[in-house]
Design a protein around this ligand. Structure first.
Ligand SMILES: Nc1ncnc2c1ncn2[C@@H]1O[C@H](COP(=O)(O)OP(=O)(O)OP(=O)(O)O)[C@@H](O)[C@H]1O
Length: 301
């Protein structure tokens, strides 16, 4: 069996107005997973459960082979976690934080910390409370990255950063990708970031995982097909076609399991194929969420 950094089996968590339902998720070691969902989809809740900061109502969670939350103290050294909720000590500067963390975590890498300090354009002596929001996020990331943990769990690491800082952080994550021993789970609203640096993609919507797969084969499955129909009668979705937009005799359809046979089937109905287009992760995410919500609504009726 492949070595897993994170495994969730049938995990559920119920709040008064929200339910995270039957989450099954596996992240193999050495991979970087982008965890994508709209506001309130359940990303932070899932991450809190993984980190043992909250207890699931049901299901099993294991992190680096250890059960959570029972073994959270034992695995803390190997897991680096960063989220907006975690505040640094405002009255102290970055040098103080580095000194503190270095004493706790033996894998602390001074050279890497210096490189990050330079690349993130941070000042060791400036008090944390004087930092801008973006600088605070970068300081937090420096402290967690330089520990060289085996697993990094980052809750929206690039939210609130300007495009330049976002690129700096993404570049660091992309560098980590080259190290086959290290694993990253990061949540994001930004599908462009996720498309660029992840090798696993997980979509969550309204507390349910809607897809979790390796990026290459996932992107390969989705296509938008432009069609010219023989008449303007409405074209119905069928098979792997999940969305049809039609204007007269011109239609644009989306397939979530594309194969050339779909084109043959259209041609047999005298439908002309105008174009077969790949889709960005953003387009796929939006189409997928719309489709899943429609299916859910139909099921609920
Ligand atoms: N401790 C809690 N008690 C009650 N409800 C909660 C609690 N924590 C989260 N929720 C609810 O669970 C839902 C999911 O929240 P969560 O923070 O996991 O979403 P998210 O995907 O991280 O969203 P965002 O992108 O906006 O940060 C929300 O409706 C939120 O109000």
């Amino acid at each position: 069996m492949q070595d897993l950094a994170i495994q969730l089996q049938n995990v559920s968590k119920h709040f008064s107005h929200f339910e995270l339902k039957n989450i099954n998720l596996t992240l193999p070691k050495g991979q970087i997973m982008g965890f994508v969902g709209a506001n309130g989809a359940g990303k932070s809740t899932t991450i809190r459960l993984i980190m043992g900061l909250m207890q699931a109502d049901k299901g099993n969670i294991s992190v680096l082979g250890q059960s959570m939350p029972q073994m959270q103290t034992q695995i803390k050294r190997d897991v680096g976690f960063s989220s907006e909720e975690m505040k640094l000590y405002g009255a102290q500067n970055l040098a103080w934080h580095i000194h503190f963390i270095k004493n706790v975590y033996p894998n602390w890498d001074d050279n890497y910390a210096r490189e990050l300090l330079h690349r993130f354009d941070l000042n060791l002596e400036q008090k944390i409370k004087q930092l801008s929001k973006g600088q605070h996020i970068k300081a937090q990331l420096l402290l967690v990255l330089a520990r060289q943990p085996k697993l990094l769990v980052l809750d929206e690491p690039t939210t609130g950063l300007d495009p330049v800082a976002r690129q700096e952080v993404n570049n660091e994550l992309a560098l980590i990708l080259k190290d086959e021993e290290r694993t990253v789970l990061f949540s994001s609203h930004n599908t462009a970031d996720v498309e660029r640096i992840s090798d696993q993609i997980t979509f969550i919507d309204r507390g349910r995982l809607i897809d979790s797969q390796d990026k290459e084969s996932y992107l390969e499955n989705w296509r938008r097909i432009q069609l010219e129909l023989p008449t303007d009668l409405p074209l119905q979705p069928s098979g792997s076609v999940i969305e049809v937009e039609q204007n007269g005799r011109i239609a644009s359809v989306i397939s979530n399991q594309f194969e050339p046979l779909i084109l043959d089937a259209y041609q047999q109905q005298n439908i002309k194929i105008l174009a077969v287009e790949t889709m960005s992760l953003e387009e796929i995410f939006l189409a997928n969420v719309n489709y899943r919500r429609q299916v859910q609504q139909k099921g609920a009726r």
